[in-house]
Design a protein around this ligand. Sequence first.
Ligand code: KG4
Ligand code: ZN
Length: 323
Amino acid sequence: MKRPAVVLGIESSCDETCAAVARGPQRILAHAEASSLAQHAAFGGIIPEIASRAHLESIAPVVDQALRRSGTAVRDLDAVAVTQRPGLIGSLLVGTSFARALSMAWGLPLFVVDHMRAHLYAAFIEAPLTFPFVGLVVSGGHTTLYKVSGLGREALLGQTRDDAAGEAFDKVAKILGLGYPGGPAIERLAQRGRPDAFSFSCACEGSDFSFSGIKTAVLYKVAELKRTYGALARETVADLCASFQEAVVSDLVAKSIRAACRARTRVLAVGGGVAFNEYLRRRLREAAPAGLRVLIAPRPYCLDNAAMVASLGCRMASERNGR
Ligand code: KG4
Ligand code: ZN
């Protein structure tokens, strides 16, 4: 029997510098990361120049740490995989240049990975991969639905026409003064709020998404509340968070389940940073009709990470070697 490929994965598309080693797509041996998030917090968003400089400082120690933690020697590696796009260009350049240099120095093949596909296949790190499936990638930069009939055969079913869902969480958090990134803060406050306190919606027909309007609706509602009552009470902020989250989650759940039913696939796979949200995870599972399995990326593999890159790199390596 052929042995599974051992792949070093590198991810540097935004503010996280990550490296991981996988022995086959479902066995993550180690993961290491450094984040420049704290350096961006004061600006309310990611500053590309700061992110690139931080990647330059962290990439070598992070890769070294992942290799040491995994107990893997360079001679055990079969390939290097790296996120090539999409992302911040300066950040991506650091990861791709470093990975290219390693692959040349170590004489290993280099697999370039699309960040969206890495998020998509993260749902299968702990579950068997079967085709076809419908996939939802829901992150800070994307909200996209695919029908996937094979590795590299991802047909677009729908995508956001403006902001991504994670971006809407971040912008609404900024409006409410909750800091960056917004998703975790909104989710936490929403637990104490009433989802039906305010009526928000994400109006967009068909399988496309639109989250720009709901952000503006929250902005206007906050201005109106402040005009009427002065500073927002803690309960009101919680109600705004719960109502906003309710509208976004309902839209994501309805459209992804409908797409899977229409495509007649037995699996709906979900990945990306917003998939970390427990309310979304629960609502997706509750809404799945009999015969549809909802596979959500395990939480350690939702936010940007290199395990998903190494795992997909293993799949690409096996496909190339016919194993
Ligand atoms: O996948 P990711 O780490 O980076 C991109 O590829 O964009 O996703 C980051 C996004 C951010 O917008 C962040 O606010 C959102 O994921 N996020 C969440 C949660 N945790 C992170 N959104 C909703 N609920 C969460 N718990
Ligand atoms: Zn991402």
